[in-house]
Design a protein around this ligand. Structure first.
Ligand code: AMP
Length: 146
């Protein structure tokens, strides 16, 4: 069996990202695979404590969210030795953009949390569920504690 060559880690900046990232990094090291990381800024942003900002409701937030997300992505990517050219910050629908990045970059494994900020305990989150059903490659959904 061939081992994975390009692993894509999807992060939502929820507190359990590190658990998912550790699994992706471990697999990438074992397979000697390229490790990429993706975060998607939702195109319909609501006030979101995950970005570490106090955001008033009535502003066009896209630029601020992108800047904040870029910093957070850099911190995680540095921690897990993800090269600069393997960091993807997209805007849109998370499930669609994650799959698009995977398709365009010959990813053969997506590593994702079983749920995130939108997920329900013990159920597969909506992003994880959609990626599982539409991805062009294998998916590892890392079971997260409640
Ligand atoms: P959810 O479906 O929102 O419960 O999230 C499940 C998993 O999907 C998370 O643990 C992340 O791995 C991934 N995910 C959710 N939202 C995003 C996002 N905006 N950008 C990248 N990955 C995400």
């Amino acid at each position: 069996m061939e081992s994975y060559k390009h692993i894509l880690l999807a992060v939502d900046f929820f507190e359990q990202d590190v658990v998912v990232a550790e699994r992706a990094k471990d697999l990438a090291d074992k397979c000697q695979a390229r490790l990429s990381i993706v975060h998607v800024v939702d195109s319909l942003p609501i006030v979101d404590a995950g970005y570490g900002m106090d955001i008033p409701y009535n502003l066009d937030l896209t630029a601020e969210l992108m800047a904040s997300a870029k910093n957070r992505l850099a911190v995680l990517a540095d921690r897990f030795d993800v090269n600069e050219d393997s960091r993807w910050l997209e805007i849109g629908s998370p499930k669609i953009e994650i799959i698009k990045v995977a398709r365009q970059n010959q990813v053969d494994l997506i590593v994702i949390g079983s749920h995130g900020r939108h997920g329900l305990a013990l159920l597969l989150g909506s992003t994880a569920n959609a990626v599982l059903h539409h991805a062009p490659c294998d998916i590892l959904a890392v079971r997260l504690p409640n």
